[in-house]
Write a protein that binds this ligand. Structure first.
Ligand SMILES: [Zn+2]
Length: 67
């Protein structure tokens, strides 16, 4: 299933695909398609909507000075 995310660095929106759909929470690193910086994506399974709800953070390797 495709999910829209917004890059925390360049604010561009793009789609990512999560293949796993068994409802388990997961966390992974994704490189932004626009600026190529890695972000942390936390996917929590939303049982009532039967899809993941995503939240995006800057990866731990970056801080405010990095942009
Ligand atoms: Zn970006």
């Amino acid at each position: 299933m495709e999910y829209k995310v917004q890059c925390p660095f360049c604010r561009e929106k793009f789609s990512i695909e999560i293949l796993k759909e068994d409802g388990e929470d997961q966390e992974f690193i994704w490189d932004c398609e626009i600026c190529c910086r890695p972000m942390d994506i936390h996917a929590r399974w939303d049982e009532s909507h039967h899809r993941f709800s995503l939240s995006v953070d800057r990866g731990s390797g970056f801080d405010e000075m990095a942009i």
